[in-house]
Ligand binder design. Structure first.
Ligand code: DGY
Length: 321
């Protein structure tokens, strides 16, 4: 008999076909996220699950799933999974690193350019029929070329963003919990600076760190105050890394010039303060969403699950025990 597994959200047909070769698959192709009770009851007789960042894997859920051996996230970020609780319950957890770096880096650049050059604000103006002719001072923005790009977190995605900056002839500075090896700094043409210098020097601050208690509100009121009033903030990492209320205040008061955001605290219920601001570009957590990349992510999660249940040692295991 094939092991039973759950796919918690809609995935591509080829992923379901692949999984069906190995497992008896129940899948939620209607795509709405399960509430915690439904997730627990659907998972209670399963040995594995392909999950997404909208599924919370916590002690209460694990207690209801005695047969569960592996949860495989379709995401590189895994702050939705309580790893310690998984380890205690002997449930393997995996993620999907590597396959989304370029696509997420590309989208970070989409946010940088759209925010610096006020693209969504200008587009809304054209669509509303308000454009009555060329004006010298219309939608004056920030030059990206030759500006100083500040990357908070020079991991895989931060490095992609840095390498793309070479074409814009930018100065690249970065800050991180630890300094990157010199080969990486050279390939990225990035210089390490302390947090205070970083915030004070960057024209564009872009964040590429995972969310954890240590990075909660990494950018809050004091950090926003330290940034240049002409600077913009970009976040395509995780909601909660930025204090959204403090950011709204900074955007309102002109403490910084703009922000480009793909992620929010409590998403998808974003702080309504963002909606009335013109100097913010808003996107619905789509930085990794090219067809090819989302397929690669889902397929990698499926392959992780196949390996987990077959060998007990899948690639991309987050909690070896
Ligand atoms: C990730 O992989 O963590 C992304 O945020 C998913 O969209």
């Amino acid at each position: 008999m094939k092991p039973k597994i759950l796919v918690t959200r809609e995935v591509f047909d080829e992923v379901l076909e692949y999984l069906s070769q190995y497992f008896e698959v129940t899948s939620n192709q209607s795509d709405g996220p399960f509430d915690p009770e439904t997730l627990a009851s659907k998972l209670s007789d399963k040995q594995g699950a392909v999950i997404t960042l909208t599924d919370r894997i916590d002690p209460a859920l694990l207690a209801r799933c005695p047969n569960l051996k592996a949860v495989c996230n379709i995401a590189v970020g895994y702050n939705n999974i309580d790893l310690e609780a998984c380890t205690k319950a002997k449930v393997m957890a995996t993620n999907t690193p590597g396959v989304l770096d370029d696509t997420t880096g590309d989208f970070t650049w989409a946010l940088i350019l759209a925010t610096a050059r006020r693209l969504t604000e200008a587009e809304a103006y054209v669509r509303k029929g308000e454009w009555d002719g060329w004006k010298l001072k219309q939608f004056l923005g920030l030059d990206v070329h030759h500006a100083t790009l500040g990357i908070f977190g020079l991991g895989r995605i931060g490095q992609v963003v840095a390498r793309r900056a070479i074409g814009f002839e930018m100065k690249v500075i970065y800050h991180d919990v630890r300094r990157a090896p010199s080969e990486i700094e050279q390939a990225c043409r990035a210089s390490f600076v302390n947090k205070d210098e970083f915030l004070g020097q960057a024209d564009i601050v872009t964040i590429h760190v995972p969310y954890s208690p240590a990075t909660h509100h990494l950018i809050g009121k004091p950090e926003l105050k330290r940034m240049k009033p002409t600077a913009i903030l970009i976040n395509a990492s995780r909601g909660g890394v930025v204090d959204d209320a403090a950011l709204i205040e900074a955007l309102r008061s002109g403490a910084i010039a703009g922000a480009g955001l793909d992620v929010f605290e409590n998403e998808p219920k974003l702080n309504p303060g963002f909606l009335s601001l013109k100097n913010v570009v808003l996107a619905p957590h789509i930085a990794s969403s090219s067809r090819a990349t989302r397929l690669r992510m889902a397929m990698l999660a499926a392959q992780n699950l196949v390996a987990a249940l077959a060998t007990g040692n899948p690639p991309n295991l987050l909690n070896p025990f």
